[in-house]
Ligand binder design. Structure first.
Ligand SMILES: N[C@@H](CCC(=O)N[C@@H](CS)C(=O)NCC(=O)O)C(=O)O
Length: 307
């Protein structure tokens, strides 16, 4: 079976979500370290312009966004599932809610504590990329807002858990737990006692401990050039093409731009597959040969490139 290669950095909460997914399934995986801010010359050739972390590589197939990566891990390694009782829809919607509503408030609450230690290059990069200022001064200015926003989200989580269930959807851990956990992990891990004093962690601590206890699976490092070599020497897995009634209205082989809902990544390639779960584009260059880059349908749309 080909290696599961995660292009990731340790500080990243979204990467923590996937490290835990490997733990749930007790998988062996390889970590390729990505710099916390660009340039990322060893990642760019793989992703057709998608800029975020993490990215999962399996041979010459590249999976973008944790929403899709969790689905793909579950497809390849079904047990134990991240979607107990077939709750893919509910777990994915809850994941999206948690990711999008708590990431920035929790991260910025954290930089209001540790912002002095954050490198200027990181701050400048994220201002350019996300139009968001993580400097200590800006984070402190927004602390009253971010504290309330994060606490309100945590209130929903506490409410879901208050009947004594171990996990958000009930008896088993799901993708929703990993998605709701990683931003809070980031705040606690980096903001320490100060973050704990600012946010209502107490009702969530037992649940957070249960999620953390799944661990990170079996991790081993891989050099970035080795991952590029693996992509170059592999063939993308066969795809099922584009259904005639795909909601994009596009056909297999068309050149497309993949637009993301939350950034302006210049993602471009030839559409090779589209189904209710994913969009797949073909991407080629000398470093990686031909790769297939996969995106979730939710949050990503393909449009025909202007001729
Ligand atoms: N929707 C994406 C969000 C990923 C994301 O925002 N990751 C952060 C790191 S935690 C990122 O890519 N930041 C900008 C960067 O590293 O270039 C996912 O679920 O994978």
């Amino acid at each position: 079976m080909p290696d599961l290669i995660l292009h990731q950095y340790d500080l990243s909460p979204f990467c923590e979500k996937l490290r835990l997914a490997f733990g749930v399934k007790d998988l062996a995986w390889r970590a390729v370290e990505v710099p916390v801010w660009p340039p990322r010359p060893d990642t760019v050739p793989l992703t057709a312009g998608f800029r975020r972390a993490p990215v999962l590589q399996v041979g010459a197939d590249i999976y973008c966004d944790t929403l899709l990566i969790l689905r793909e891990l579950d497809r390849r390694h079904p047990e134990p599932t991240l979607y107990p009782d077939d709750q893919v829809g509910l777990a994915s919607v809850l994941s999206w809610w948690a990711d999008t509503t708590t990431f920035l408030p929790a991260a910025t609450l954290t930089t209001s504590i540790i912002g002095d230690g954050v490198p200027a290059e990181f701050i400048e990069d994220r201002i350019r990329f996300m139009k968001h200022d993580f400097s200590k001064a800006a984070s402190l200015r927004d602390l009253p807002l971010n504290r309330q926003r994060t606490a309100a989200q945590m209130g929903f989580l506490a409410d879901m858990l208050k009947d004594g269930r171990p996990f958000l959807l009930g008896h088993s851990l799901s993708a929703a737990d990993l998605s709701a956990y990683h931003t809070l992990w980031f705040a606690r891990q980096n903001g320490g006692a100060e973050a704990e004093a600012l946010l209502p962690f107490r009702p969530l601590l037992a649940w957070m401990d249960r999620v953390a206890a799944v661990g990170h699976g079996r991790r081993a490092a891989m050099a970035a050039d080795e991952a590029l070599r693996i992509a170059r020497e592999a063939e993308p897995e066969p795809v099922r093409g584009v259904a005639a009634d795909d909601p994009s209205g596009l056909k297999g082989g068309e050149w497309v731009e993949v637009r993301t809902d939350d950034a302006n990544d210049p993602i471009r390639g030839q559409l090779v597959a589209a189904d209710p779960t994913e969009l797949v584009i073909r991407h080629k260059n000398d470093s990686v040969g031909t790769v297939h880059v996969h995106f979730p349908r939710f949050g990503y749309s393909a449009v025909a490139e202007p001729a």
